[in-house]
Design a protein around this ligand. Structure first.
Ligand code: AMP
Ligand code: MG
Length: 337
C-alpha cells in the first residue's frame, strides 16, 4: 500500500475524512501526539489499527469526539463530575474513562466495558472528526513499543506502506499523550496515565485526585491494572536508555565513568555548558521536556546511539508525565546518583 502524505488544506482534510468514513486508517496530528485514526464504530477498521501498530488486542483505544456532549451517544452513564471536568479541560489533553454502550465495539475497548473519551483541541483532528461524522479511535501512531510520534515524518517512518495516509499538521504542541483518568465517585478521580493536565489542575475541579501506583513503578506479572497500557514496555528507542536521577555534577561524573564510543547524554539545556561528553538536550522546563522527549529519543536512534543516560525530570506537575514515559523507555532502569 502506498501511504499518501496530505497537508492541512481543506481538500486534503476532506480526503482524509473520506478515507476514515470508508474504513481506512489515517495518521492525524493532535495537540498531544500524532494519532492513528479509524472509525471507532467499525470493527474491521479498528482491527487495522491493531495490525499496523502491532498493538496487543487487550490495550484499549481512546475515542475522540468533537464535543463532549456527543459522549452520550457512546456511553451508558456520565457522572456529573465528568461534565464539570469536561467544562474545564475539553477540548484538551484529558481522557475520561466512562462505561461504554454497544455503539463502541469490544475490539475498540480492548474487551473492557468502558471507553476512554477525549475531545482533542487540534483544528486538523477536530475538522476530520466533523467532516467524517465518525467517533475516531486513535492510539499514538507509532509502532507499538517505540517512542510516540510528534511529527508527520515520525508517523511516515513507522507506518509508511501500512496505512492509507498521514496528514501533516506540524509538530504536536504538548508532545506527550493525554492524561487518562477514571472516575471513582463524584468527589474522586484516579490518574491512570499522567499527562499535561496535572493532578494540580484536576484538583481545582475535583476534591480528591488519586495518582495510581502503577504510574511510577513496574507492573508485576499477573497483577491486575486499571489501565492495560501500563503493563507494556513502551516508548523505547533502539538505544538502551538509563535514567539517572540526581544533580548535573553527579550525572557528569557517572557518565564519565561509563563513557564509550556509543554513549550519549540526554540532558537539560542548562546542563550543556558544563557537560564534556556527546549529548542532546531536551529543554529546560517541564513543558519543553514534554514537548521534545519523544523526538529526541528518535533522533538518538538516527545518530546511532547505543546507550543513552537521560537526566531525570522532577516528579512534579508535567514533570511526572515525562518521568512516567522515561522509566518505561528505560525498562525501569533508574539509578539514583
Ligand atoms: P494510546 O492509545 O497509545 O494513547 O494509549 C491509550 C492509553 O489509555 C493506554 O494506556 C490504555 O490502556 C488507556 N486506556 C484507553 N482506554 C481505556 C479504558 N477504557 N480503561 C482504562 N484504560 C484505558
Ligand atoms: Mg501509545
Amino acid at each position: 500500500m502506498e501511504t499518501i502524505l496530505f497537508n492541512d488544506s481543506p481538500e486534503d482534510l476532506y480526503k482524509a475524512a473520506e478515507l476514515i468514513k470508508n474504513g481506512e486508517i489515517v495518521g492525524i496530528p493532535t495537540e498531544t501526539v500524532y494519532g492513528l485514526g479509524a472509525d471507532a464504530s467499525n470493527e474491521d477498521a479498528v482491527r487495522k489499527i491493531f495490525t499496523a501498530k502491532g498493538r496487543p488486542a487487550d490495550n484499549p483505544l481512546i475515542v475522540h469526539l468533537a464535543d463532549f456532549n456527543d459522549a452520550v451517544k457512546y456511553t451508558s452513564h456520565i457522572p456529573e463530575i465528568a461534565y464539570k471536568l469536561a467544562d474545564e479541560f475539553c477540548p484538551g489533553p484529558l481522557t475520561i474513562i466512562l462505561p461504554k454502550n454497544d455503539k463502541i465495539p469490544s475490539v475498540t475497548s480492548g474487551g473492557l466495558d468502558t471507553v476512554g473519551i477525549r475531545v482533542p483541541a487540534h483544528p486538523v483532528m477536530r475538522r476530520i472528526i466533523e467532516i467524517s461524522g465518525c467517533p475516531i479511535a486513535a492510539p499514538s501512531a507509532n509502532t507499538s513499543g517505540y517512542p510516540s510520534p510528534t511529527t508527520a515524518s515520525h508517523v511516515m517512518y513507522d507506518m509508511s506502506g501500512k496505512i492509507s495516509a498521514v496528514v501533516d499538521g506540524g509538530q504536536s504542541e504538548f508532545g506527550l499523550e493525554s492524561t487518562v483518568i477514571s472516575i471513582e465517585n463524584e468527589d474522586t478521580v484516579r490518574i491512570l496515565r499522567p499527562g499535561c493536565v496535572t493532578s494540580e489542575h484536576l484538583s481545582r475541579i475535583c476534591r480528591n485526585v488519586i495518582i495510581d501506583k502503577a504510574i511510577l513503578k513496574e507492573v508485576e506479572a499477573g497483577e491486575t491494572v486499571s489501565s492495560p497500557g501500563m503493563k507494556y514496555k513502551h516508548y523505547s528507542p533502539q538505544a538502551d536508555i538509563v535514567l539517572l536521577e540526581g544533580a548535573i555534577e553527579a550525572f557528569t561524573e557517572y557518565v564519565g565513568r561509563n563513557y564509550g564510543d556509543d554513549v550519549y547524554g540526554l540532558i537539560f539545556d542548562t546542563d550543556a555548558e558544563s557537560f564534556p561528553y556527546r549529548y542532546l538536550t531536551y529543554g529546560s522546563n517541564d513543558s519543553q521536556l514534554a514537548h521534545n522527549i519523544f523526538s529526541k529519543l528518535r533522533e538518538l536512534d538516527e545518530m546511532g546511539a547505543k546507550k543513552v543516560f537521560v537526566r531525570a525530570p522532577s516528579k512534579e506537575g508535567v514533570g511526572l508525565a515525562v518521568y512516567n514515559r522515561l522509566i518505561r523507555a528505560a525498562g525501569f532502569e533508574v539509578i539514583r546518583i
